[in-house]
Ligand binder design. Structure first.
Ligand SMILES: Cc1ncc(COP(=O)(O)O)c(C=O)c1O
Length: 361
């Protein structure tokens, strides 16, 4: 791919935060972004430019009908002084799946990965090397055609921005969260867009998340539309741990996002490094097993959340189910530690999991 560079002079660039800075999650921006447009059936005008607002027609279709998709990836600075992107190939594949579900054009995975790599290469100083922190990468695509009929746009913008970030939940893995199990709100319906990482799924989740907060819960654990099965949380797949240490992840279907983290845990299981499998999980069986102590730990998997243990589940009638002693369990902590060690280069990564950011210039 040919990429044009229009970089800020050093004197006009913001400096990255210091080592002691509290980064928050997704709040900081670096100096540049990657952008290209789709028109006449082709992606064109690939460039790295100063971080700046878009010029968007008020009639742009993304603003009206929600044709917008995104990804979330992390890059880590290793002790060898290099930066490594974690499983960006899987995210590129998933963006294309989301694009297919949302009638948007695909982008060859190598092009997406090169866009990410080239942008990180010019922003090397922004990759934090603090524990539990990383360079969060946000690729996204949205419809730009200025037309008000409800149909797929013929023009799109693809963009990548970066955000040096700390843990998604302020206390990271050190404190178990509470999830609200909602029978009232649903994230996705069969035949809908649940398996796409599209903006609409997240917009539709905000009301439920506000309700969760009112119950003192961090997020909602969504059920199938008939309220019989556990699906996933607002930004994480769900897991629970059986007495023998096996992680159970609800089986993917078209209402659940195929989490890169879950897929990675399942690959570790195939390699014999953890015990994990997928199966459909009935809510009543799950709650009975939490109450009886057969489920010893639970939590969520996600790029942002990594491994986030859940200590309590709250129902809308106020019933509380406590998992084990309600604290972070040893299996979740061990998995978090192993996974983070792989990401940060402290433990050997399975082949192909980490892609080194090349030096393009
Ligand atoms: C709805 C939803 N489920 C699951 C996940 C976890 O997926 P991943 O591990 O690819 O980040 C995310 C976050 O990306 C999400 O938004």
């Amino acid at each position: 791919m040919h990429v044009e560079y229009d970089l800020l002079p050093q004197s006009r660039r913001k400096s990255p935060p210091g080592r002691d800075a509290d980064l928050g999650f997704g709040l900081l921006r670096t100096n540049h972004m990657f952008q290209m447009e789709y028109a006449d059936g082709a992606w064109q005008n690939a460039r790295i430019i100063p971080y700046q607002p878009f010029l968007l027609a008020p009639g742009a279709m993304c603003l009206h009908y929600g044709q917008t998709i995104f990804e979330g990836i992390k890059a880590f600075g290793h002790d060898d002084g290099e930066i490594y992107v974690f499983r960006g190939d899987l995210n590129a594949e998933r963006l294309n799946n989301s694009a297919a579900i949302m009638c948007m054009p695909s982008i060859p995975a190598e092009v997406q990965q090169e866009a990410v790599m080239r942008l990180i290469d010019v922003e090397r100083d922004w990759c934090p090397v603090i524990a539990e922190s990383s360079l969060y990468i946000r690729p996204f695509m949205f419809a730009t055609m200025d037309a008000l009929g409800v149909k797929p746009s013929r023009t799109y913008t693809y963009c990548v921005i970066l955000s040096p970030s700390g843990p998604y939940y302020a206390r990271g893995v050190s404190e178990a969260i509470t999830l609200l199990i909602s029978r009232r709100f649903h994230r996705a319906a069969p035949g809908g867009t649940g398996a796409a990482k599209c903006g609409g799924n997240y917009g539709a989740s905000l009301r439920a998340a506000e309700e969760a907060h009112a119950y003192g819960a961090a997020q909602v654990l969504y059920l199938s539309v008939d309220n019989t099965h556990i699906e996933e949380a607002g930004s994480m797949n769900h897991y629970h741990v059986l007495a023998d240490g096996t992680f159970i992840i609800p089986a993917f279907d078209d209402t659940i996002l195929r989490s890169v983290t879950s897929l990675s845990v399942l690959e570790l299981a195939e390699a014999g490094l953890v015990k994990a499998r997928q199966e459909s999980v009935r809510l009543d069986d799950f709650l009975a097993a939490v109450a009886s102590g057969a489920v010893i730990e639970a939590g969520g998997f996600g790029t942002a959340a990594v491994v986030s243990p859940v200590g309590r589940y709250c129902l809308e009638d106020g019933t509380i189910y406590t998992v084990g002693d309600g604290k972070v369990g040893r299996h979740s902590l061990a998995l978090y530690t192993r996974y983070s060690a792989i990401q940060t280069g402290k433990a050997e990564a399975p082949a192909g999991w980490l892609q080194k950011v090349p030096r393009f210039s």
